[in-house]
Design a protein around this ligand. Structure first.
Ligand SMILES: NC(=O)c1ccc[n+]([C@@H]2O[C@H](COP(=O)([O-])OP(=O)(O)OC[C@H]3O[C@@H](n4cnc5c(N)ncnc54)[C@H](OP(=O)(O)O)[C@@H]3O)[C@@H](O)[C@H]2O)c1
Length: 270
């Protein structure tokens, strides 16, 4: 395991936050978590810091929190400055901020498109602009996308378009920042499996979801030295999910089971 890194984790209060923070703590990272939910931030910090004190994580592992809206430039700049003030030089950004939206085109107000674009795309621009002045050689930027931006399904136009914008922007930005030795990459994931999601949606086929802990492992990889050769990549962490078509008429010879979703069956991956 490589040495601990210092990272700003924006939007840590969501469903992926806990697993991501635990995966980074395993490396001994120093993390500043942001979100608007102070109680959840406190819970995350207490969990990791107490386990670090008990020796479950490497020496130096530390979580701090800042209640702030990191989708606003002032909030994001404050968060980046706080991370540097609390821990010293910053190694990167893990931008978990995002939202989901569903609705047919003719029943979706333009303001709903604006909201999801702001949460999924513009928030990444804002957080990145805040962090980049603090990053040097070896810096890491990690974002989160979806297979639906390549294979959009009906009634998901706003969500798919916002994540497609995020990925196109990330690829362009990656070319700019790689000249400074900074790596920008994204993880593309399907519906995240957490205890909360399983309780809410017990009917969903586990083969269509991905374990939050596995996404955390990918975040650790993309923020660590083993991803040194990667600039502007989109890494799929989709478990056994795959798009299928009714035209296929069932699995091909020799392939058992009916795992898959999208045009053919079941609930689509997010
Ligand atoms: N969970 C999935 O199944 C899934 C699948 C594919 C992709 N992703 C993407 O992976 C990333 C993390 O997923 P997640 O499930 O952890 O996300 P999430 O629970 O929906 O939200 C993550 C964070 O986004 C913040 N946020 C949302 N809208 C915001 C807004 N308008 N202004 C400020 N903050 C806002 C929330 O902060 P507050 O606590 O302050 O509200 C929360 O901390 C997201 O980009 C998501 O789109 C998730």
């Amino acid at each position: 395991m490589s040495a601990g890194r210092t990272l700003l984790v924006t939007g840590a209060t969501g469903r992926l936050g806990g697993a991501t923070v635990r995966a980074l703590a395993v490396r001994g990272d120093r993390l500043l978590l942001t979100g608007r939910n102070t109680a959840r931030l406190d819970q995350l910090a207490a969990e990791v810091n107490s386990q670090a004190n008990e020796g479950s994580y490497p020496p130096g592992t530390q979580v701090r929190t800042l209640t702030v809206d990191a989708t606003e430039p002032e909030g994001a700049q404050h968060a980046a400055a706080e991370a540097v003030r609390g821990f010293g030089p910053l190694d990167g950004l893990v931008h978990l901020v995002g939202s989901f939206s569903v609705g047919p085109v003719m029943l979706t107000d333009v303001s709903a498109y604006e909201d999801v674009l702001r949460a999924n795309f513009l928030s990444a621009v804002v957080a990145t602009q805040a962090v980049l002045p603090h990053l040097g050689e070896g810096g890491r930027l990690v974002y989160f996308g979806t297979p639906l931006s390549d294979q959009p399904l009906a009634a998901m136009s706003s969500y798919a378009a916002s994540k497609a914008a995020l990925v196109a922007w990330m690829r362009s930005a990656a070319h700019e920042v790689k000249k400074r030795g900074i790596h920008a990459n994204a993880i593309s994931l399907t519906l995240v499996e957490t205890p909360e999601m399983r309780a809410e949606m017990p009917q969903v086929d586990p083969d269509l979801t991905v374990d939050a802990e596995l996404v955390g492992h990918a975040v650790r990889f993309l923020t660590g030295p083993d991803s040194e050769g990667m600039y502007g990549s989109v890494v799929p962490v989709v478990g056994k999910f795959g798009f299928t078509s009714a035209l296929a008429g069932g699995p091909p010879p020799g392939v058992r089971g009916t795992a898959g979703a999208g045009a053919g069956a079941g609930r689509p991956g997010r």
